[in-house]
Ligand binder design. Structure first.
Ligand SMILES: NC(=O)c1ccc[n+]([C@@H]2O[C@H](COP(=O)([O-])OP(=O)(O)OC[C@H]3O[C@@H](n4cnc5c(N)ncnc54)[C@H](OP(=O)(O)O)[C@@H]3O)[C@@H](O)[C@H]2O)c1
Length: 207
């Protein structure tokens, strides 16, 4: 059985937990507040733990803001070596709302990979609004999760877990593609913020 730890207990943690649990994965929710972790875990028939506790999953989803990377590194760098680590962040510069806080020739995923040596870092879920993970639909189209990463086995394991949960998943290439995925995610956010698209819809992929 695929085992997943999700750090965070917010909107994306809950949405991702529901997809992966639906696909048969065992889910652990790890959050700073025990009550929040327990609530999200219960909805996914999973277990919960407090931030700092041991991570039981082979795949670890960082469902936290990009700014939390330093805390993740300080707490879990050793524990994450050898694990599949999924970066879902959109590192938006909320000061200007006109770009990302990572350098234009880099990405949040690249920064996280550098901070967590030995981790098999993937970029995924950042182009999916939480609502489209929960419903499984972008308008009438099945939600597609784009997954980038350099470790083929890690990428396939996440793709299999997502597909088992009823969504589509597409290999978007190497971790270098995280830069494009983050630009794509940012554009989708700006369109929704400007009310040109909906927070419950967004970009869909037709194959
Ligand atoms: N919402 C979306 O539709 C969406 C779509 C794509 C990607 N994303 C990305 O997904 C990530 C999570 O977004 P969200 O909407 O789920 O946010 P959220 O609802 O605000 O949840 C954030 C979670 O991160 C935890 N957290 C924050 N700082 C932390 C730290 N330093 N150490 C440990 N835990 C920390 C929070 O815990 P506390 O409750 O203790 O603060 C909370 O559980 C973000 O990077 C965002 O860019 C979001």
């Amino acid at each position: 059985m695929t085992s997943i730890s999700i750090i965070g207990a917010g909107n994306m943690a809950g949405a991702i937990a529901s997809v992966l649990a639906k696909g048969g994965a065992s889910v652990q929710i790890v959050a700073r507040e025990a009550d929040k972790a327990a609530e999200v875990a219960a909805a996914a028939n999973g277990t919960s733990a407090v931030f700092g506790d041991a991570l039981t999953g082979d795949i670890v989803v960082l469902a936290v803001p990009f700014a939390a990377v330093d805390d993740i590194k300080a707490t879990y760098a050793d524990a994450l070596a050898g694990k599949v680590v999924v970066d879902i962040t959109n590192p938006v510069d909320f000061g200007t709302f006109d770009g990302l806080v990572v350098p234009a020739d880099s990405s949040a995923a690249a920064v996280i990979a550098e901070a967590l040596p030995g981790a098999k870092v993937l970029k995924a879920f950042n182009t999916n609004f939480g609502a489209t993970l929960a419903t499984g639909l972008v308008d009438q189209t099945t939600t597609t999760v784009l997954v980038a990463g350099d470790d083929a086995d890690a990428k396939q394991a996440l793709i299999d877990a997502v597909v088992a949960g009823g969504l589509k998943a597409v290999d978007a290439g190497s971790l270098k593609r995280a830069r494009e995925l983050e630009a794509y995610g940012f554009l989708q956010i700006t369109l929704a913020a400007a009310e040109k698209t909906s927070w419950t819809a967004g970009f869909a992929l037709h194959a």
